[in-house]
Design a protein around this ligand. Sequence first.
Ligand SMILES: Nc1nc2c(c(=O)[nH]1)N[C@H]1C(S)=C(S)[C@@H](COP(=O)(O)OP(=O)(O)OC[C@H]3O[C@@H](n4cnc5c(=O)[nH]c(N)nc54)[C@H](O)[C@@H]3O)O[C@H]1N2
Ligand SMILES: Nc1nc2c(c(=O)[nH]1)N[C@H]1C(S)=C(S)[C@@H](COP(=O)(O)OP(=O)(O)OC[C@H]3O[C@@H](n4cnc5c(=O)[nH]c(N)nc54)[C@H](O)[C@@H]3O)O[C@H]1N2
Ligand code: SF4
Ligand SMILES: [Mo]
Length: 707
Amino acid sequence: MTDQGHRIVKSICRMCHGVCGVNVHMDGERVTKITGDRDHPMSKGYICSKGRASVDLLYHPDRLQYPMRRKGPKGANQWERISWDEALDEIATKLLAYKREHGPQSVAVATGTGRPYMFMTLRFVNAFGTPNFVGYAHACYLPRVMASAVTARLPIPVCDFYGVGGVKPACVLVWGCNISETGSADGLAGCFVHHARRDGAKLIVVDPRRTQLAKKSDVWVQVRPGTDVALALAMLNVIIEEDLYDHDFVEGYTVGFDELRARAAEFSPARAAEITWVPEQTIREMARLYATTKPACLLWGNGLDQSPNCFQTARALMILRAVTGNLDVPGGDAFWVPPEGVYQTSPFLALENTLPEMVAPEVAVSKLGFGDTFVMNPGVRHSTFYRAVLEEKPYPVKALILMGTNPLLTASDPLAGEEALRKLEFTVAIDMFMTPTAQFADIVLPAASWLEQDDVADLHFIWCVAARQKVAQIGECRDDKQIIFDLARRLGLEDCFPWKDVREWCDYVLAGAGMDFEEFCRVGLLGGEMRYRKHETDGFATPSGKFEIACSSLEGEGFEAVPDYIEPPESPFSSPEVAEEYPLIAITGAKIEPFFHTEFRQIESQRRKNPDPIVEIHPEVAGELSIEDGDWVWVESPRGRIRQRARLTPDIDPRVVSIQHAWWFPEREAPEYGWKESCASLLLDPRQADPIWGAEAWKGFLCRVYP
Ligand SMILES: Nc1nc2c(c(=O)[nH]1)N[C@H]1C(S)=C(S)[C@@H](COP(=O)(O)OP(=O)(O)OC[C@H]3O[C@@H](n4cnc5c(=O)[nH]c(N)nc54)[C@H](O)[C@@H]3O)O[C@H]1N2
Ligand SMILES: Nc1nc2c(c(=O)[nH]1)N[C@H]1C(S)=C(S)[C@@H](COP(=O)(O)OP(=O)(O)OC[C@H]3O[C@@H](n4cnc5c(=O)[nH]c(N)nc54)[C@H](O)[C@@H]3O)O[C@H]1N2
Ligand code: SF4
Ligand SMILES: [Mo]
């Protein structure tokens, strides 16, 4: 592949959650372009615009390149360059002093979405001894992981699009997931749904918006936001009444089917049609199509996570998979077998690796936390954290480490967040760019992008690990894993972090598989040996030994053992007085292809595709409100008001609007970069939460729109 200095390095993109195999084109030491790798089994050549823009990110002039210390007042954007040693020594000295004087819980760590170093962050938090791990566990993915865990004691099931068992899905039910824009949501490359469709699979899409996939579907189910569990229960009603369920699986491997039958009987398609706004006939049609087309897989997404029904919705979808006999069968929803001997670092598989071996029992996560009462959820919500800082209850919080997160733009209660950030004594931000949140830091550390990292990329619950290779070095940027090693050494935590550098760590991960990182880079990928229908030999590791349709751990905590529906607390039905003033249902944060949450707005190729924040609204409603396509409009909830541009589209329910999230304008003036103008966080209410999980209604609250 070498030709006058031109060479290609195989790697795994990480501009999103990253499963795409790519060719990194190098001219000498310089990365010139990224292309899809046709030979890669994870993505078969697919690449999106973000993947291609990796080069622009890598060499972006606004990248943070050196550690910096704040010199002026907080938020004045005055910084001085310092060395890594100075920065790390100062951080370690401060953290140790807080630990000594106020206990480890006075230091909190906040992380963003799952990133390659998540495992290390969890390990760090546990080793340091703080339970205060602030992040998006309440809003993203983990509820589905935990719902799978309490129901089946297995990792999250993943659609088996690959045909390793000799069969591919004949029906794909896509539920609250827009994988053609979100690319690789939840460890799966989006192209596979399109391939399945091309190969003739039936397609059902449950989404309040007519997405690209919905346009290609056999049945598009335009559900009212937040009511999915009622829809799932009505499907179960039809499936049970018409005897379309898998008797062998239900009788052999489950507990609680009778309770389910009784609950489903309460959700006739007629009743569910009133709740969900999905016509009765559509409910019957989707239930029959899904239950009778075998094998079927169910692709779920973030559309379910951010609702007061979040946890029970995920449970209900697990049950749908199980009673139709699609769990762990070829072409259905697989529980992948990870590659033999490879140390598991996917944070969700590795929860058990990170926690017990590290945590002193007296500081186990959530025992000392801030009083969030969501027993199933190990994370701390931002709103809870901000309140704890401001009120110093249940104890004072002194320091915060922000590891790759921009919560003022991506979590609720951002104005309280701003106050809390002003109040904290010491804040460290680790990021690739300066952000509105990082502006409140005392020390800022420059992080490496994926092209500057070596990694044994675990592809969530996919069947393989793949090599990501460091090909560049920008300024003094460091891989987050290395930053944690360097800090841990200074904090006396070498026992938990015995690795000198990232290479040594990668070798450790691979040792059980009998190779080192160098060899792994030559091999590129290590796959597991898939076994289907593992329950036939192993049963389920739940307390009952069965797949728990009626869930004993939920029942033990005083919750409904079988999924039930609750009306969202702010809705036309539960709060008609609010609906009078705020008549539209808002969903926020349907992800869009060019950006990753707050990221890439400074990259020209990406910004060009979506220069301004957009709210989608139906033309009929827009007409009544005298709003034209492209107009700047106010979007207001009982919490706040922002400005976005109206996009008129018939592809959304007239009673619903879809608001882009995470907006800021890096080109505008520091420290705020205009974030208070258009950011959806200002509209959210942390009190509208799932009683089991603490998920907030970021999809499905009330708003109004006006010129
Ligand atoms: N209203 C609303 N809000 C939402 C959502 C929604 O649907 N609606 N979605 C939510 C979801 S699902 C999630 S997961 C969260 C995500 O929330 P965040 O993770 O906070 O958002 P990002 O913008 O992805 O990342 C934050 C910062 O991390 C930096 N970063 C990126 N990669 C790295 C890295 O490798 N190392 C380091 N140190 N920094 C890095 C970026 O430059 C960026 O400044 O947002 C949530 N916010
Ligand atoms: N380009 C890009 N890719 C990303 C990200 C990104 O920011 N940009 N973020 C990454 C992250 S952290 C995540 S969590 C994933 C999320 O990726 P996905 O799982 O695809 O989730 P979303 O895009 O949040 O929402 C999916 C769909 O849910 C619909 N929806 C909204 N409310 C409801 C509801 O109440 N019920 C149902 N059934 N559907 C609803 C929305 O209209 C949307 O089309 O994407 C990842 N990939
Ligand atoms: S979908 Fe994600 S991993 Fe694939 S090319 Fe796009 S950004 Fe990279
Ligand atoms: Mo997410």
